[in-house]
Write a new protein. Structure first.
Lengths: 242, 306
């Protein structure tokens, strides 16, 4: 069918165009990588050909783009809505094409950059805050708190977004710690410490090491997801000289 | 199964009659979500933390500074109060423009401080779109106080087109997410090797719901490259399959189920927060006939403003 060919060609041309647009240091790669140079030199005529054919089809009043535009124009929906739809469509198309966001236009590229698959340490470590309860201790599981069924401290209002922010995005900031510390003080917990939570994928051994000095050491040396956790000054001072 | 794309594509579907209750339910759930999201304590944290995220928006600097100074608590409270009005369907057409603006401003502050694309990505455009719709004709205080008057118009599409545009928005979110993983094309293949899936599952394991509930992993996250590669390919397949929404309505049920399964899995492994938003947008993907039966709507009940 004609429209399948049209969509297929548009898909190929746009893939090539977006790849060129999303390549940082385009000229550097063009000059230094031979294969990339070939890719660009082949892509440009394909993109130009697609543009010419699309415009020609539109002028001849045929093809899928002509159909879509005419159909959209003929729809009996409010004019204001039509303008907004076109504006948003264009904004998001540019965002997707460039692979960049500019709120509220978004390329939906949250996990777009690939991480290399690697053989990882059998034991995963994470430095977490905890507090003492008599002789025992309790881990402050920040992401657990965003679940109404599992939460132990914060409850409603402590949603997934703040759980994400406190656990990862702002974890290295003093203000994040002060915020959590303040919240916990209101709930009767005076002091938060940092300890090391770990799990071994081979033995399924789950441990939490409350040694505050060991936590400082691990926090400084290991390569953590979203970087190291902020460790309060009183913990650092207590470990001075150890 | 022969598919008539000319009759079944999203633009043709916008011309068909819909369900007033479906649109009203969408309004109610959207209002609830905005109330919940704008009441979150992240705004207080955002006001407190020092390091802003490196994000950009379309607003001029002067406006951004103003927004930052009034976001907490003023914009937050305004958005919450207006979302309650939306939820109840009271003075809907008057509050919607103000709610749209306050929401966009408030979540611009939210994005600038946290670099998190949810929940605003799912909500902002459907909310702006509601400004042009008759979303409070039923299940609303507007109707109760007779601010709306019932009339019959057999062929009107007033309840259908907004939900079809929202279904287009649903398609955009997931297809763009799939495309972003594959482009530029020289990184599409590395993405499908599964390293990103492994990175998320390994690093978030001790913060995942699955760990909190079962205290063990689904499998050894340090091995089994093929499982991670399969998960990556499956996620791209599910996301890109949403493009079918634009061409036909016949796969809506399968798409909803696949997307919800994907979000349930992500929720368990530590990527939370997407599922309820996907469910809200999914209301638009359900066929209007279902709501007509559910609410015993007559075949063609359509209302017009006084």
């Amino acid at each position: 069918m004609r429209w399948i060919k049209e969509i297929g060609f548009a898909f190929v041309a746009l893939t090539l165009l977006f790849t060129i647009l999303q390549t940082d240091q385009l000229f550097h790669y063009f000059q230094t990588i031979f294969l990339f140079k070939i890719f660009v030199l082949v892509s440009i005529p394909v993109i130009v050909l697609w543009l010419i054919m699309t415009i020609r089809d539109y002028l001849r009043r045929q093809g899928i783009f002509y159909y879509c535009i005419q159909k959209f124009r003929s729809l009996s929906i409010p004019k204001g809505a039509k303008y907004i739809i076109v504006l948003v469509l264009l904004g998001n198309f540019i965002a997707i094409g460039l692979g960049k966001q500019r709120y509220p236009f978004y390329d939906v590229g949250m996990y777009r950059w690939p991480k290399e698959y690697m053989t990882r340490d059998k034991t995963v470590y994470e430095v977490k805050y905890y507090y003492r309860q008599g002789d025992d201790f309790k881990i402050l599981e920040l992401r657990k708190e965003s679940s109404l069924l599992l939460a132990e401290h914060f409850g409603l209002g402590y949603s997934n977004d703040i759980a994400y922010a406190t656990t990862y995005f702002h974890k290295g900031e003093k203000e994040n710690f002060e915020y959590l510390s303040h919240e916990m003080k209101e709930r009767g917990v005076d002091t938060l410490w940092a300890g090391v939570h770990s799990f071994n994928f081979e033995t399924h051994e789950l441990t939490f090491d409350p040694d505050i000095c060991h936590a400082i050491n691990v926090n400084q040396t290991a390569d953590f997801y979203y970087g190291p956790l902020y460790i309060p000054t009183y913990q650092l001072e207590k470990c001075d000289g150890h | 199964m022969k598919i008539n794309f000319r009759e079944e594509n999203i633009l043709s579907r916008m011309e068909k009659p819909g369900s007033a209750h479906q649109l009203a339910l969408f309004r109610i759930f959207l209002g609830l979500q905005i109330f919940y999201s704008s009441g979150g304590r992240l705004f207080q944290l955002s006001d407190y933390v020092a390091v802003p995220a490196e994000t950009k928006n379309i607003f001029p600097d002067m406006l951004n500074q103003l927004i930052a100074s009034i976001a907490v608590p003023h914009l937050q409270i305004i958005t919450q109060v207006l979302s309650l009005f939306l939820l109840m369907g009271l003075w809907t057409k008057y509050i919607l423009p103000f709610l749209s603006i306050s929401f966009l401003f408030l979540f611009s502050f939210y994005y600038a401080t946290n670099n998190a694309p949810i929940p605003w990505l799912y909500i902002w455009f459907p909310l702006v779109l509601l400004n042009f719709t008759r979303c409070s004709d039923v299940l609303s205080l507007d109707k109760y106080f007779r601010l709306r008057k019932l009339q019959i118009n057999a062929l009107s599409n007033v309840y259908r087109w907004p939900l079809e545009v929202v279904s287009g928005w649903f398609a955009y979110i997931y297809v763009a997410a799939g495309v972003a993983k594959l482009l530029p094309i020289y990184k599409g293949w590395p993405w499908m090797q599964g390293g990103t899936s492994q990175d998320i599952m390994y690093n978030r394991f001790l913060d995942s719901i699955y760990f909190y509930v079962f205290a063990k992993p689904l499998f050894d996250y340090t091995e089994y490259a093929w499982i991670f590669a399969s998960l990556s390919v499956a996620s791209i397949f599910i996301e890109l399959s949403c493009i079918l929404i634009l061409f036909t309505h016949r796969f809506h049920t399968q798409i909803i189920l696949l997307v919800l399964c994907m979000h349930l899995f992500l929720f368990l492994i530590g990527v939370m927060g997407f599922m309820q938003l996907a469910i809200i947008l999914s209301i638009a993907l359900i066929q209007p006939g279902f709501f007509n039966k559910l609410f015993k709507e007559r075949e063609t009940p359509v209302t017009q403003a006084v």
